[in-house]
Every structure is written in structure tokens, then in C-alpha cells.
Unconditional design. Structure first.
Length: 102
């Protein structure tokens, strides 16, 4: 029984040291991703803010249109093109339906 406990204790020491090494490697690898993930997090926060206060964004667009009408027309055309593209893609997805079990 004592030999069995020693084997288990040795196995535990090995697993604990492996876990520590893996945590170290993971922390080093994730350090590269930290700035990118922070940027993505900030982008998500901006998106949520825009969804929460659409009137504020619309009023900023109106002010920009009054100050620079030509530039706002360019962005209006781009927005219309993006809206049409998204609408068409949604229509295609509705017709084909979602994929199941790939």
C-alpha cells in the first residue's frame, strides 16, 4: 500500500509540474494576443454604445452632412451599397436555410 501511495504522490508531482509549465507557456502565448483582444473589446463596447444611442449617432451624421455635404454623399452611397449587399445576403440565407451538421 505504501508503494502505491508513493507512486500516486510521484504522479501528482509530475502532473502539478506539467500544469505549471503549461500555464507559463499559455501566459507567454496569450501576451501576444492581449493588445488585439483589448482592441476587439473596445470595438464591441463602441458597437453596444451605438446600439444603445442611435439618435446620437444619427445627429452626428446630420451635423457631418451639413458641414461636408460632398463627403456625406460619398458615405451615403457606401452605406446604401453595404445595406443592399447585406439585404441580398440575408435573402440568400433565408432561401437556402441554415446548414445543419457539417
Amino acid at each position: 500500500m505504501n508503494a502505491e501511495l508513493e507512486r500516486i504522490a510521484e504522479r501528482r508531482r509530475l502532473l502539478v509540474s506539467q500544469a505549471a509549465a503549461q500555464r507559463f507557456v499559455l501566459a507567454r502565448e496569450m501576451a501576444q494576443w492581449k493588445p488585439r483582444l483589448a482592441l476587439a473589446d473596445r470595438g464591441i463596447a463602441v458597437f453596444r454604445y451605438v446600439r444603445r444611442y442611435p439618435a446620437l449617432i444619427a445627429s452626428a451624421g446630420v451635423v457631418a452632412a451639413l458641414l461636408r455635404p460632398r463627403l456625406s454623399m460619398v458615405w451615403l452611397q457606401r452605406g446604401l451599397l453595404a445595406w443592399q449587399l447585406v439585404s441580398q445576403l440575408r435573402g440568400i440565407r433565408r432561401v437556402r436555410g441554415p446548414r445543419r451538421g457539417a
